[in-house]
Design a binder for this molecule. Structure first.
Ligand SMILES: C[S@@+](CC[C@H](N)C(=O)[O-])C[C@H]1O[C@@H](n2cnc3c(N)ncnc32)[C@H](O)[C@@H]1O
Length: 271
């Protein structure tokens, strides 16, 4: 039987190698090295001043956002289960002259791997969809934060994740809550950056978690929800009909009814 975590890691290792080359400019690696900020406008507007904060970036991938937080003066740790992604993240830190600690491991092992006492947990864009149990995610977030510490989370809206574009229309295709032991199985021959190179590990497994589960996973751990926002944009082209804006965010085309494509949540751990 396929091990979902192993399959996903092999898939992410391969994607990371393509993403760091950044042939299509999707990740803006050279722009980042030239000094441009890699955070989306949604995140940049939300996070406020992070200078001096001890920040844990969960699922940090090739470290671009981690290093943009370091550039803002944060003391950053990035965690990811992909050794390839972290190899690239460490090289990017060296190339950019920014300081960051990168730790390899499964998200669920974060408390043992990185300890606690963080002022901010930052996790965005392609996160809990890779995790079978969002309640365990909430427990991890709460356990690594200091009392009074804050979570910033932003990702695809679960209400949009259930849709697929079929024949030019958005059709409900997936159930709104994926059972932890029965993930959605995908086989994508290319990564989402537009790079045409074929993936030799195309298989991946994902889970859709409803908004109520995301919020209750945090509330159940004594986290107070400070802010929840819905946005009409995503940083990637989730369905072919989406159109890229000058801010590098993707939106539904003109004429479509407005839909929430993404969601951000800020929560504080009770003192
Ligand atoms: C879409 S990327 C996140 C990108 C992120 N927004 C960034 O800052 O670049 C998803 C990341 O989650 C990681 N990942 C997936 N499942 C994981 C798990 N169980 N534990 C730790 N990392 C995981 C992958 O290796 C990948 O780097």
């Amino acid at each position: 039987m396929v091990n979902h975590v192993d399959a996903n890691r092999a898939n992410w290792d391969e994607r990371a190698d393509i993403h760091i080359e950044d042939a299509t400019g999707f990740y803006g690696v050279q722009r980042f090295l030239d000094g441009e900020d890699a955070l989306t406008p949604i995140d940049a507007a939300a996070i406020g001043d992070v200078a001096g904060l001890k920040v844990l970036h969960l699922q940090c991938h090739i470290g671009l956002d981690t290093l943009c937080l370091a550039r803002r003066g944060a003391i950053v740790t990035g965690l990811d289960f992909s050794p390839a992604a972290l190899g690239h993240a460490r090289q990017l830190a060296t190339r950019s002259g920014l300081e960051a600690r990168f730790v390899q491991g499964d998200l669920y092992d974060a408390p043992e791997l990185v300890g606690g006492g963080f002022d901010l947990v930052y996790t965005t864009w392609g996160t809990i969809t890779w995790l079978p149990d969002v309640f365990r995610w909430g427990a991890v977030v709460a356990s690594v934060l200091r009392p009074g510490g804050r979570l910033y989370f932003a990702d695809c809206h679960p209400g949009f994740a259930v849709l697929e574009e079929i024949g030019g229309r958005l059709e409900p295709t997936f159930g709104f809550r994926t059972h932890s032991s029965v993930p959605l199985e995908f086989s994508e021959t290319q990564t989402y950056t537009g790079d045409p190179r074929p993936l030799s590990n195309p298989l991946s497994f994902e889970w859709i978690h409803p908004v109520s589960d995301i919020l209750m996973a945090l509330i159940g751990q004594g986290m107070a929800i400070d802010r929840i926002s819905e946005h009409e944009a995503l940083p990637w082209r989730m369905v072919p009909m989406m159109v890229e804006g000058e801010d590098r965010m993707w939106r539904l085309p003109a004429g479509m009814p407005a839909l929430p494509l993404s969601l951000s949540v800020e929560a504080v751990k009770s003192v």
